[in-house]
Design a protein around this ligand. Structure first.
Ligand SMILES: [Fe+2]
Ligand SMILES: [Fe+2]
Length: 464
């Protein structure tokens, strides 16, 4: 079975790894059946499969049954003579094996990242029932398959470099379940239910973008196999964020069309999503993603930076790479500034890069409204709004960042975050559209199709 696994890690000559994978693979398939996309087991999907890492042809497209998808193991090409790019051992050669003293930390880093991959598949499990078009249905399945492959990528590291501990961690990754009260996924946002396509698009925009920044920080790692795996994962991650960003953009474009034509803002009856409701989804998922970066003042972050385990986003663009004798100024909700030693503030530094990236996305979304000469805009709430993790979690704030009481937050929560009624009205819009050439009313057609095929007039998914 394992020799059919596409890979560039010389699996054929690695008996130990082959044995570990052969044990794990059937459990992975059980997990996929039980927790992966529901109801499409015999459908054929027009999917992209990673077959190599060469830039010309790393992916090929074809109709595949998802259960037959060939999850593979790929590392980005080795950089010859790569040196550690930051921290106390800067300039030393990178490691091909794990130094004993960093084993525990690296295991924790890899398991935490790994755990998010199957979680997101579990969260999306039911969304195939309500896809707005075959194009969108195909994209969510593509994402699911790639998140599955990301799990493989992390399991490869665990099984190859962590011996028995790694094999146990790999097994447990298939046992935890998103949202399961007894055995949940590690990070909060990955236990939050993704109930409809607005959730899913926002999740891909914001939570997957957290993933991009985490992977980019790990791509700097002195542990070279981790750097190479994450570098290849990043090429897939770009598509996930495209799905989220373009998905919301199409929702806004439809809302804007309907607003311009009708002069109304209560769009549910007109088959579109009111911007005020979309804004609540943005508020929710954006702030969940901010929490994923962890505490602003973190001794783990400092240790990991010093050791060369986890760097900054595009470390090579930083003016210097030691981050000693520098401070990060954290502005609290009440305007007070807390000074944190730079190495301890690496979570906040990474989060700031993420926020900037999100702001660029919002600008593109708002262009849909500007083009149609509408005054309405969507926005990102203040980073102190609705926080549960870190220094900003202590003080309740409104979306503008103004300090309010706990009572006011509770009283006005429904103005700012999705309510049960919002969700029911959104759910009522989400009727599946599975005919080539057609699309649901609540979003505009995609600008471009996939793999050279037409955007709507193609049977991206064939039901049996
Ligand atoms: Fe992923
Ligand atoms: Fe992703």
């Amino acid at each position: 079975m394992t020799t059919e696994i596409p890979n560039n890690v010389d699996l054929d000559h690695d008996q130990q790894l082959r044995r570990a994978l052969a044990m794990w693979h059937p459990h992975y398939l059980d997990w996929w059946r039980e927790a992966g996309p529901d109801g499409f087991d015999s459908s054929q999907v027009y999917l992209r499969t990673a077959i190599s890492v060469s830039p010309e042809g790393w992916a090929n497209y074809g109709l595949v049954r998802m259960r037959d998808y060939r999850w593979g193991i790929f590392l980005a090409p080795e950089v010859t003579d790569r040196k550690i790019g930051f921290g106390d051992q800067m300039g030393d050669p990178v490691w091909q094996q794990i130094p004993g003293e960093y084993r525990k930390d690296l295991r924790r880093i890899i398991v935490t990242q790994a755990d998010t991959e199957p979680a997101s598949v579990e969260q999306n499990r039911l969304l195939g029932r309500t896809a707005p078009s075959l194009y969108d249905l195909r994209n969510i399945f593509q994402l699911n398959c790639e998140e599955g492959r990301h799990l493989w990528a992390m399991v490869y590291l665990l099984q190859k470099y962590f011996g028995r501990d790694g094999r146990e961690e790999a097994a447990e990754l298939l046992q935890r379940r998103s949202g399961n009260p007894d055995h949940p996924r590690i990070l909060n946002a990955f236990n939050a239910p993704v109930r409809d396509w607005l959730d899913y698009f926002c999740f891909s925009m914001f939570s997957d973008r957290d993933g991009k920044y985490q992977l980019a920080a790990l791509a700097e790692s002195a542990f070279d196999p981790l750097s190479r795996t994450t570098r290849f994962m990043l090429t897939e991650e770009a598509f996930h964020m495209f799905v989220g960003e373009s998905g919301i953009q199409r929702v806004i474009a439809r809302a804007a069309d309907v607003m311009a034509a009708s002069g109304r803002e209560d769009l549910f009856e007109l088959g579109a999503v009111p911007l005020a409701v979309l804004q609540k989804y943005i508020n929710y998922w954006y702030t969940e993603a901010l929490d994923l970066f962890g505490g602003e003042d973190s001794s783990n972050a400092a240790t990991w930076f010093a050791a060369g385990l986890k760097g900054r986003f595009q470390e090579e663009d930083q003016p210097e790479h030691l981050a000693l004798d520098q401070v990060y100024e954290l502005r609290k909700a009440d305007g007070a500034v807390e000074t944190i030693a730079m190495r301890r503030a690496m979570n906040a530094v990474l989060r700031d890069a993420f926020v900037k990236d999100c702001q660029r996305g919002l600008k593109r979304w708002n262009r849909e409204l500007e083009h149609r000469k509408l005054d309405a805009r969507v926005y990102l709430p203040a980073i102190s709004f609705n926080r549960k993790v870190g220094a900003l979690a202590a003080i309740p704030c409104n979306p503008e960042g103004g300090i309010i009481t706990q009572e006011e937050f509770a009283r006005r929560r429904d103005e700012w975050l999705p309510t049960e009624e919002d969700r029911l009205r959104v759910a009522a819009l989400m009727k599946p559209v599975y005919e080539p050439g057609k699309i649901a009313s609540w979003l505009t057609p995609p600008v471009k199709g996939v793999g050279g095929k037409p955007a709507l007039d193609f049977e991206y998914v064939r039901f049996d």
